[in-house]
Design a binder for this molecule. Structure first.
Ligand code: PLP
Length: 382
C-alpha cells in the first residue's frame, strides 16, 4: 500500500466544480493584481481569525518580513524567537538586519517556552535588554504557543508580539478566560497559504493580521513599495502583494477549512487509539495537545526511538514521512555569525533528532492509517 505524506489531488477533486468558474472569472476580467477578490479574502480571514484587520501578501515569509517592517524593527534590534521552526521565522528577522535571540522550546508542544523567555530577559544586562523589541512565537504544527504567558511577558517588558501562524490558521487557545484564534492575540499574525498548509493556494500566498487601522494601512503601503498614492512613496517597501487568482482559490477553500481540520483531528485520534492498542507508546510519543488549546494538525508529529531507521523502514514500505526540522536554526551555516553552538538549546536539538511527521491529511483512509501503524509495529516489534 502507498501512503503519501500529503496528497492534495483528492481535495482538489472535491472542490473542482466550485473552483473552475471562479478562476475563469478572474481570467476573463484580466485583473490579476489586488482587486475585489483580495479585499474579500482579507475581510473573511480577518473575521475567521477574530483579528480586526488582514492584509494579503506574497507569502508567509513576506508576511513575517512585512510585520517587522511595519513595526520599524531596525538593524541591531533583537527579536526573541525559537530555534526549532521553519527557516523563514528567523530568516525574516535577519533579512531586516535585526538579530534573533533564540529561546529553547517546551518539549511537549515544541513551541517557545515562556519560562525560558523570562529567564533570558532577566539575565540580559539592561543595555542589551533595551534592544529587544519583539517576541516572535511560532504556533508549530497546528497548536498555539503559550500565548497567555507570552503576552504577559510582552506587557511587562513592552515588547510587540508577532505570531507566526503559518502552520496554525484556525487553531484556538484560551487567553484570559476567552477562546482566541491564532492571529487574534499578538500585535501581528502571519499566515502562509503555501500549498502544504491547512489552507493552501495554487502557489505562494500569505496574509498579515493587524490590530489597528493605522498599522493595516501601513502594511498595505509596504506591500506596494511603500507607496501612499501613485508613485509617491512614504516608506521603502517591497512588492509584497497577494494576487487575485490566489485570493479566488482561497475564497473557495476557506469555507471548507474547519471541516478539513476536523478530518485531520479525526485521523490524529485514530492514530492515538491504534498506537495505544498496538502497545507502541514505549517506542513513540504521539503529539500532545495541552488543555485549553485546539490542534489543527498541519503536521502530525511523533517522537520516535531510533527515528532515522524508522523513517527508512516506512519509506521502504511506501509510507511518506518527513523530518521537521533536522537542523535547528542556531546550527545553520548562514547563522554561524550569531555564535550558536551544539548544546545551546537542548530541547530543540533533541526534538530535531526525535521527531517524525506521519501522513494526516483529511482524505486519508482508515486502512491507510492502519497500515502506517502496522508498519511502525513491524519496525519495533519484529
Ligand atoms: C511555511 C512557514 C513559513 C513560511 O511561509 P511561506 O508561505 O512558505 O513563505 C513561515 N513559518 C513557518 C513556521 C512555516 O511553517
Amino acid at each position: 500500500m502507498k501512503v503519501p505524506l500529503l496528497d492534495l489531488k483528492g481535495q482538489y477533486q472535491s472542490i473542482k466544480d466550485e473552483m473552475t468558474p471562479v478562476l475563469n472569472e478572474v481570467i476573463e476580467s484580466q485583473l490579476f493584481i489586488l482587486g475585489p477578490n483580495v479585499e474579500k479574502l482579507e475581510a473573511e480571514i480577518a473575521r475567521y481569525c477574530g483579528a480586526p484587520y488582514a492584509v494579503g501578501v506574497t507569502s508567509g515569509s513576506d508576511a513575517l518580513l512585512l510585520a517587522l517592517m511595519a513595526m520599524d524593527i531596525a538593524p541591531g534590534d533583537r527579536v526573541i524567537t525559537t530555534p526549532y521552526t521553519f527557516f523563514a521565522t528567523a530568516g525574516s528577522i535577519c533579512r531586516i538586519g535585526a538579530v534573533p535571540l533564540f529561546v529553547d522550546i517546551a518539549p511537549d508542544t515544541f513551541a517557545i517556552d515562556p519560562v525560558k523567555i523570562r529567564a533570558l530577559l532577566e539575565r540580559l544586562p539592561e543595555a542589551e535588554r533595551c534592544r529587544v523589541k519583539a517576541i516572535m512565537p511560532v504556533h508549530l504544527y497546528g497548536q498555539c504557543a503559550d500565548m497567555p504567558e507570552i503576552m504577559a511577558i510582552a506587557r511587562q517588558y513592552d515588547l510587540k508580539v508577532i505570531e507566526d501562524a503559518a502552520q496554525s490558521l484556525g487553531a484556538a487557545i484560551t487567553v484570559d478566560g476567552a477562546e482566541r484564534k491564532a492571529c487574534s492575540i499578538g500585535d501581528f499574525g502571519c499566515i502562509s497559504f503555501f500549498p502544504s498548509k491547512n489552507l493552501g493556494c495554487f502557489g505562494d500566498g500569505g496574509m498579515v493580521t493587524a490590530r489597528d487601522e493605522q498599522v493595516a494601512r501601513k502594511l498595505k503601503s509596504l506591500r506596494m513599495h511603500g507607496q501612499t498614492y501613485t508613485y509617491h512613496h512614504q516608506y521603502i517597501g517591497m512588492n509584497g502583494r497577494l494576487d487575485a487568482l490566489q485570493a479566488a482559490v482561497l475564497l473557495v477553500k476557506l469555507p471548507h477549512l474547519d471541516s478539513w481540520a476536523a478530518g485531520r483531528q479525526k485521523n490524529a485520534a485514530v492514530y492515538a487509539k491504534l498506537f495505544a492498542e498496538a502497545g507502541l507508546l514505549e517506542y513513540i510519543t504521539p503529539p500532545v495537545k495541552r488543555a485549553g488549546r485546539s490542534h489543527v494538525y498541519n503536521q502530525f508529529i511523533i517522537r520516535a526511538n531510533n527515528r532515522d531507521a524508522l523513517k527508512e523502514h516506512l519509506d521502504r514500505n511506501g509510507i511518506g514521512t518527513a523530518v521537521y526540522y533536522p537542523l535547528c536554526l542556531h546550527l545553520q551555516d548562514c547563522f554561524s555569525f550569531l555564535g550558536g553552538k551544539q548544546g545551546d538549546y537542548p530541547e530543540a536539538e533533541k526534538a530535531s533528532q526525535e521527531t517524525l511527521a506521519l501522513p494526516v491529511f483529511p482524505e486519508l483512509k482508515r486502512e491507510q492509517i492502519e497500515y502506517v501503524v502496522e508498519q511502525i509495529e513491524v519496525f519495533y516489534k519484529k
